[in-house]
Structure formats: C-alpha cells, structure tokens
Design a protein. Structure first.
Length: 415
C-alpha cells in the first residue's frame, strides 16, 4: 500500500493524479478462510483489522451484502464520547475514544477526528443529579468529564438559549475530549488497512445461510456461493436477529429505525457537540458547515432506512427551542438507519450457542463512537475463543442471569 502524505499529493499533482492506487481490492471469494466476518460496517472492519494487527490472523474475508460502510456506519451523526455510567461501558467506550485519538496516523488515513468537546445538557433536577453522579463515576473510571454551570455552557456554545421557553439549561455534563469523526472515513480507513494485510473485502455478497455440522459452523451460503471457514463473526447491527436465526439461535434484540438530518451549510457558528436529551435533539456542525441533527428512534420495530416527517418535526421543534437561530435554516436531506437495541441499551460481544460463531451487536443508537474498542475486543474474542476483560461483561447470557449493564437511564439518550 502506498503511503498517503503531503509528498505523495505533490508527486501526484505533477502527474495528473494518475498514480493513485485503489484504496482496497475487490477480489472474488476464495473457497475457504480462517475467519469470516459478516458485515463490513465499522465494527466488522475494525474486528478484522485488529485480528490482523493484534493476532496475526489475516486469512480473513469480510462479507458485505451492500457496499462497505453503507449501513449505520455511514448514516450516523458521528458523536464520540465515553462518559457512560457503568464501569464496563466506560471501559470499552474510553478504549475506543483513546484509539480514535491516533487512528488517522495509525491507519494513514484522515478520519477527521475532532475532539471538540461534547456537552449533555441538564434541563431538569433529575438530569442534574444523574449527570453529577456520572461525573463522579467517570472520575473513578479515569474518564475526563466535568459537570459545568449554565454560564459555562453559554460561554462554550453562545448560540444556545439557556433561558429555554420550557426547560432552562441548568448545567451540563461536559467531556472536553469527546467530539466527532468523519464516519465514512473510519470505514474506509479500516478497509484500506485490512486490504493491505491481504484480507478480502467482498461487497455485494449477501450471507443467506449459515452451514453447521455437529453444533459447529462450517461455512456460509452467500449470493456468491458457499464459503467455508473455521470461525464466524456476525457484525450486522440491525440484521443481527436475522443472522442469528440463520445460525439457529435467538437474540434479545429489536430492530428499529433511527433518523438524522442535515441543514444547508452555513458559516461556522458552533464548535462543540450539544445533546439536549430532555427536549430530545442533538446537534453539531460539520466541517462543510451543515448543521448535523439527530433525534429519537421509532417507537415500533421496523427495517426502514428512511426518514419520516413526524420525527423531523419533533426533532427540529426541540432544537429550535434550544438554538433559536436555526429556525430559518433549510433542511438539505434526511435518512434513517436500522439500529439494534437490547433491553439494557448495552451491546453484546459474546460467544453463542454455536461453538465457533461470535456475535457483536446491540450498539443501538450509539455504536459509532465504540468502533475501535469494539473491534479490539471482538478480535480478542474470535482469536482466543474467550472474551477478554473489555468484552466479558457484554456476554449474551447476562440477560438470563439478570446482570444487566443498564445505560438506558444513565445515558439519557444513547448516542
Ligand atoms: C441516524 C443514526 C444516528 C446515529 N448517531 C450516532 C452517533 O452520533 N454516535 C454514535 O456513536 N453512534 C450513532 N449511531 C449508531 C451507529 O451508527 C451504529 O451503532 C454503528 O454504526 C453500528 O456499526 P456496525 O458496523 O455494527 O453496523 P453497520 O454499519 O450497520 O454495518 C453492518 C453491515 O452488515 C451488513 N449486512 C447485514 N446483513 C447482511 C448479510 N446477510 N450479509 C452480509 N452483510 C450483511 C449491512 O449491509 C451493513 O453494511 C447512529 C445510528 C443512526 C442510524
């Protein structure tokens, strides 16, 4: 793989940019691999990358039914933070956040990580207590957060209306090294690095069945034929239930649509990420100038990847009351993704009833921020056959044991 650098850009400028090579190869599948990863979203690609980097396992195929990064990874609002309440969550999200810090250099691909700071507004007494508690928990976990005053909120983000027509801003949980990254670039960067290690990324290759023998998976049926393997990692977000069904087990997971939208681009007016969980909306400004806006998930199960007017209306109403200056902005486009929700709003990184199939799912509305940490933990699980310290609490059997990692209240909103 040729290294991207200022020197390379200058060299290519002198020869009409004819020397760039494809960022990743698109090979036809081989008949057999050591490991098959199903799903070329951020989590699947990161899993493959750390399998190669940390364990030297490179005879890997990543099978994708559409195009890589075309699932939730390319549809999210890119918020990165690690200020979770529960210890296992804080550990894996902080691992991910810290890996994001140097990911551009590591992958030699600019993922545009921007640690501009994330604030979660407290607009009720309940939220103040909740976020103060989280700030104390984060101090013990080694995650750098702080509960800040309304005046500090206004200073950090002058366009917020802290008086609020319904809910004045009473403070915020502030994570200064939280932020955003370019979501497609995260998928592309990992894909390029995987391809460079000789792994096969096979797009337009839908897995339609899982072949098992004596309680063990031996391969998968795909739209490009049967492919054999030693181990399988299923990393398909909203389609996790469908794949688990193919492998013969059930998951405690639901799929719902989550929507986002962006405005027309405007001049820079906001250099932090703000989440207003009581009125329910969140916003940041992209490098192109668009205001990136997200809201809540649909209240019913579905596999739709589209937006809907009633959600747009609800979300925009919440944000106009928080940021009155956006009231005359035109909205440019909106879309949906299929998110995989567990009952405790925490992920599953786990062995399964089928011996050599491993699951990574349940990231719901908040898994973009976790991609590097999740890939790291999932690679360890697949390579060793047992979870490491980052993954062990996220086993699927916790739902039967009553060992929930409850982030639904702690996070307020799980982005
Ligand atoms: C609107 C929206 C906003 C969000 N905002 C944030 C945010 O601000 N911050 C945050 O941290 N998270 C956010 N998220 C959540 C985040 O996007 C997801 O948790 C994360 O991207 C999941 O990544 P993934 O790799 O697991 O899944 P995906 O990126 O969805 O990848 C799964 C892949 O599996 C493929 N697949 C499915 N079935 C098959 C099959 N049978 N065969 C082969 N391939 C298959 C799919 O095509 C897909 O490409 C948001 C999500 C949405 C939808």
């Amino acid at each position: 793989m040729k290294k991207y650098s200022a020197f390379a850009v200058a060299r290519e400028a002198l020869r009409d940019h004819l020397g760039w090579e494809k960022a990743w190869q698109s090979p036809e599948p081989r008949s057999t691999y050591d490991v098959i990863i199903i799903g070329a979203g951020g989590h699947g690609l990161a899993t493959a990358y750390y399998l190669g980097k940390n364990y030297g396992i490179t005879n890997v195929a990543i099978l994708e039914k559409g195009w890589l990064g075309g699932g939730n990874t390319g549809r999210n609002t890119t918020i990165i933070r690690s200020n979770y309440l529960q210890d296992p969550s804080a550990a894996i999200y902080e691992k991910a956040r810290s890996l994001y810090e140097n990911l551009s250099q590591e992958l030699n691909y600019n993922i545009m990580f921007s640690p501009r700071g994330v604030m979660m507004l407290a607009q009720t007494q309940h939220e103040i207590r909740g976020y103060e508690r989280t700030a104390h928990a984060n101090a013990l976990q080694g995650v750098s957060t702080e509960f800040i005053s309304p005046q500090r909120v206004k200073k950090l983000c002058p366009i917020i209306n802290i008086e609020g027509p319904r809910y004045p801003v009473l403070g915020a949980l502030w994570q200064p090294r939280g932020g955003t990254a370019r979501h497609d670039a995260v998928a592309w960067g990992y894909a390029r690095a995987c391809s460079d290690m000789g792994m096969h990324i096979i797009q337009q290759c839908e897995v339609t069945g899982v072949n098992t023998m004596n309680g063990k998976a031996v391969g998968v049926a795909t739209s490009k034929g049967t492919i054999l393997c030693e181990k399988i990692g299923i990393v398909v977000a909203g389609h996790s239930g469908v794949l688990a069904d193919m492998a013969g087990f059930r998951l405690p997971i639901e799929s719902v649509a989550l929507q986002a939208l962006v405005s027309e681009p405007i001049k820079p007016c906001m250099d932090v990420v703000v989440m207003a969980n009581t009125v329910h909306g969140y916003m940041s400004q992209s490098d192109k100038g668009e205001m990136v806006i997200g809201g809540g998930a649909d209240g019913y199960n579905n596999y739709s990847q589209r937006g809907s007017f009633h959600h747009v209306e609800e979300t925009v109403r919440a944000l106009v009351e928080t940021f009155p200056i956006i009231s005359r902005l035109k909205m440019l486009r909106w879309w949906g993704g299929i998110v995989d929700m567990t009952g405790d709003r925490s992920p599953i990184i786990s062995k399964t009833p089928v011996k050599n199939i491993f699951m990574n799912c349940g990231w719901g509305t908040g898994g973009f921020k976790a991609i590097p940490g999740s890939g790291w933990a999932m690679a360890e699980l697949i390579a060793k056959g047992e979870p490491g310290p980052l993954a062990e609490d996220f086993r699927v059997t916790r739902f039967r044991e009553g060992q929930f990692i409850d982030e639904s209240v702690a996070a307020g909103v799980a982005h």
